[in-house]
Design a protein around this ligand. Structure first.
Ligand code: FES
Length: 105
């Protein structure tokens, strides 16, 4: 089971176990980070699961869909590391990855 590091709005880092077969959103939300609202429950329609993912892992992530891209465009905090965490399945390749919860819009 990969371990990832979650960075909250205060910049505090916490290591969490990420079970294969879940999404990053589920892992972060279920680890008690209430900053990640994930209001739509993972159907790619709210953008409240916005995170910034370590650049070193960019090529290990699935390609971004048009819907995800459009939703991220609505965020003032979008940058080149932005993804919607509900669209990222956990795999062993994410071992050691650092995921920062984006500031709320
Ligand atoms: S939880 Fe709504 S877009 Fe990810």
């Amino acid at each position: 089971m990969p371990q990832i590091t979650v960075v909250n709005h205060e910049g505090e880092e916490t290591s969490v176990d990420a079970a294969d077969g879940r999404t990053l959103m589920e892992v972060i939300r279920d680890s008690g980070f209430d900053e990640l609202l994930a209001l739509c429950g993972g159907c790619c329609s709210c953008a409240t699961c916005h995170v910034h993912i370590d650049a070193a892992y960019s090529d290990k992530l699935p390609p971004m869909s048009e819907d995800e891209n459009d939703l991220l465009d609505s965020s003032e905090h979008r940058n080149e590391l932005s993804r919607l965490s509900c669209q990222i399945p956990v795999t062993g390749e994410l071992e050691g990855c650092k995921v920062t919860i984006a500031q709320e819009d």
